[in-house]
Design a protein around this ligand. Sequence first.
Ligand SMILES: NCc1[nH]cc(CCC(=O)O)c1CC(=O)O
Length: 315
Amino acid sequence: MKVSPPSKLVIASRESRLAMWQAEHVRARLSALYPQCSIEILGMTTKGDQILDRTLSKVGGKGLFVKELEVAMSERRADLAVHSLKDVPMDLPEGFALAAVLEREDPRDAFVSNDYASLDDLPEGAVVGTSSLRRQALIAARYPHLVIRPLRGNLDTRLGKLDRGEYAAIILAAAGLKRLGLPQRIRALIEPEQSLPAPGQGAMAIEILDGRDDLMQLLAPLDHRATAQAVRAERTVSRVFGGSCQIPLAAFATVENEQMRLRAMVATPDGKRIASAETRGAAADPEALGREIADALRARDAEGILAACRAMDAG
Ligand SMILES: NCc1[nH]cc(CCC(=O)O)c1CC(=O)O
């Protein structure tokens, strides 16, 4: 049965400029589909936005960015939440579901600097800002002469720190810069061959309360099939290796003519040990491809790399 849209829908969003852009984008898409429905955005600050001084992985991880939005949905103050999929934990808490994954923006990492054109141009000892263990490992592996320092905060905060000279360069997701209308800040795009993206990078997801079939149906037109398949394969890799500790992990899938190409990698944070793998297969079964590539990584001693990560974490 076809459901008719309600008179009002509320979208919960974090208050960062990127989050608000994304919520606004979903509002515009829904308004175009359901012109008679009034759609509001409820902005909120999450724990993840407040904790700026410590590496996120040490204080509770990704869930910190979505918890408050989920509470708003439980209390029926909001109907849906818009997230960067990269920030959504692999396993949603009981009672929540992803209703749609939107078409992916540029999935690549971007090199941002006021003084240098690319990572290759950076001199010995230059300071590169990133708080992503994945980016840290990949840079350390290829450019052992560079110094990597943590960089937290929303996109504007990070760009401000670069502009004040705290870093020679920083690495950001190209998608965020493009969405905020700052593509001119990108000095170089780093290809997946050099810097394999994080699971879900560049994709947005809409979360709802499990069981709200009315919303599931209303949101279905926003779901982009190839992106949804790709991120399901990528997130399967994180689920397999996720566990208790945070590790440098990348997984990136592309889909063409119903065929998926999936690449993945795990590494130690210092980039000294890296296992990577690639597989291709039917896009219709993304979880199977995810598990297959996890097996391929294990055959390249992914478990040994994980154990080394845990030992470093404890130390
Ligand atoms: N880690 C925070 C985060 N979550 C999503 C994006 C960018 C947009 C996206 O990947 O969809 C960013 C910023 C970044 O990594 O530079």
